[in-house]
Write a protein that binds this ligand. Sequence first.
Ligand code: GDP
Ligand code: MG
Length: 310
Amino acid sequence: MILSRFFKLDKSVEKSREGIFSRIASIFEQPRPVDDDLWDELEELLLQADVGVHTTDQLMEIMRNEVELGNATNSRDLYRVLQEELVLSLEEVAPAEPEDFLAQPGELGVILIVGVNGVGKTTSIAKLADYWKSRGQKVMLAAGDTFRAAAIDQLKLWGDRVGVPVIAQNPGSDPGSVVFDAVSAARTRGVELLIVDTAGRLHTKVNLMEELRKIRRVLDRQNVSHVRSLLVLDASTGQNAIVQGRAFKEATGLDGLILAKLDGTAKGGVVFAIVDELEIPVLFVGTGEKASDLSEFDAKAFVNALFKRA
Ligand SMILES: Nc1nc2c(ncn2[C@@H]2O[C@H](COP(=O)(O)OP(=O)(O)O)[C@@H](O)[C@H]2O)c(=O)[nH]1
Ligand SMILES: [Mg+2]
């Protein structure tokens, strides 16, 4: 059996598809007039799906316009417009490709993984390591979350499982120093991709910014020119993810998003709100707790998966 490239993406939205999105689909499946009842039901379900007030308002306005212009005259037309607009809303933000996160062959690229504690950072790092290792990259991890001893041990454990080396120091050591060591080790061993775990104490935003800036300064000093940062958000935290995203965008600048735990929520509509509000492309989604539970993100495949009918 040939599995589609987005098979995992498809599976990760099962809860959303079987929950609110199947109710949205059912609005349109039977031919019915486009009246106030339809608009009200649709608006309410989009909000329930966590699409967010701003994104929902925009979608509703576009759909009403299409009806006024005569481009959509019945519920089936509107269903098509809704799906097209959902895809467009994701595509409005220039998409990122996984390859953008790698340096030129023979050079060292660094990816900083940022996000609040508990969102799925360390697990996502293991998934990324597995993803790129299986695509032939020589990968190394750096335990830059030195705040908690458990965070260092957890990263080492994942490194063993996926078979990539982990550079770590003692708990409480300076993350900048860990990164310095890791870059030196990476160069010595011909590593192409260094993925750095970082601490996620958002409540001390000033320190967090300072810590991330310091890591960047260390990378500058070592002449690492290809540095990208990826924010991990927990899809099941809904609109709160947007608040976190804004703080990190301000603090460090972001090149892409990983939405962890998409499999754990029925409110997969939050993806539209996150992309709309943060204007940062989703690169990967987390589809479970194993190292292989990661899927590339694609706007069309995602919308198709949400509305796919058995
Ligand atoms: N279902 C599911 N669980 C996840 C996913 N990513 C992470 N987790 C779980 O979320 C919890 C926190 O993950 P962790 O990587 O330690 O978060 P961190 O504190 O941000 O580093 C762990 O129990 C993970 O197994 C995912 O994509 N799906
Ligand atoms: Mg962690």
